[in-house]
Design a protein around this ligand. Structure first.
Ligand code: GUN
Length: 281
């Protein structure tokens, strides 16, 4: 039987620590979140981020822009937030509506305020081990969970499934920095099961509900579920068939209550860190 990794509890502990630190500050960090359009999942994520930021004692500013916002309007907003010295972190919620290119606008964010760590300068710094201003929240949250549970990575075979800029790519780099041997599998990978069944750690970030079944996992492996999908009744599930795998894994994250709460906790941590690095104290 696997030990269940309680991301909700770890995130609550981290959030409480941040709250305590914020209480000692005379000026509060400000997190600016930009949401363009009305993507249903993004609405929920943004509301949760706003709620957590307020609970912690940050100033939270959410800019809800119309679906038809022009490139110029979005550019002007980002530039004004870059210039506003009260703003500690800027988050541009993705995906953007089709007429706006996410990459172009991420590049406009001041790398010192890039709370997601998505700017190419911060991604490049991550890749070259040279202190990015911030590291992408979900991969950072996964690494923190592994650390909290004393799961050693050195010499282990870690198989990451998914190669997105937000999760798969940065996570593969972070695991490599901890001396894991990393395979980054993806939608074109042949015979995925043959690869994952050799892994000491499987980290799945595909959004394909129930992809990872018992035959994908060797006995005693650590299984980290970063996928999230909703069925037509709104029920949330992960990439991992939990009941199939829980009896054979050594550790497993549930969905919900595993990696998800850590993403928001890391966003709060990144906001505080950017504030402390950049504030004229
Ligand atoms: N969309 C889904 N997850 C994220 C995230 O972590 N950051 C941003 N900016 N957009 C997202």
């Amino acid at each position: 039987m696997a030990e269940i990794i309680d991301g909700k509890a770890v995130a609550a502990k981290i959030t409480e620590e941040i709250k305590q630190k914020v209480q000692t500050l005379t000026k509060k960090p400000t997190l600016a979140v930009i949401l363009v359009g009305s993507d249903a999942a993004s609405e929920i994520y943004v509301k949760n981020k706003e709620k957590k930021a307020k609970e912690i004692g940050f100033n939270s500013k959410t800019y809800r822009l119309d679906e038809n916002t022009s490139e110029n309007e979005l550019r002007d907003l980002i530039i004004s937030l870059n210039e506003d010295e009260n703003v500690s972190g800027i988050l541009l919620q993705l995906p953007l509506p089709k007429h706006l290119n996410g990459k172009d606008f991420i590049e406009l964010i001041d790398p010192k305020k890039d709370v997601d760590g998505f700017h190419p300068i911060n991604m490049g710094k991550l890749l070259t081990n040279s202190s990015p201003n911030a590291v992408s929240c979900t991969p950072k949250g996964v690494m923190r969970l592994l650390e909290e549970y004393n799961i050693s990575l050195e010499g282990k075979l870690a198989v990451v499934i998914g190669r997105s800029n937000m999760v798969g790519k940065p996570l593969s780099v972070l695991l490599g920095q901890k001396n894991a041997t990393v395979i980054c599998a993806h939608s074109k990978t042949k015979d995925l099961e043959k690869i994952t069944s050799q892994a000491d750690i499987i980290l799945s970030a595909t959004g394909k509900s129930g992809l990872i079944k018992k035959n994908f996992v060797k006995s005693g492996a650590v299984v980290i579920d970063i996928g999230i999908s909703r069925d037509k009744d709104g029920k949330i599930s992960g990439d991992v068939d939990f009941s199939d795998i829980e009896p054979i894994a050594s550790y497993i994250t549930p969905v919900p209550g595993g990696v998800g709460p850590m993403t928001i906790a890391m966003l709060m941590e990144n906001t505080l860190e950017l504030y402390l690095k950049n504030a004229k104290l």
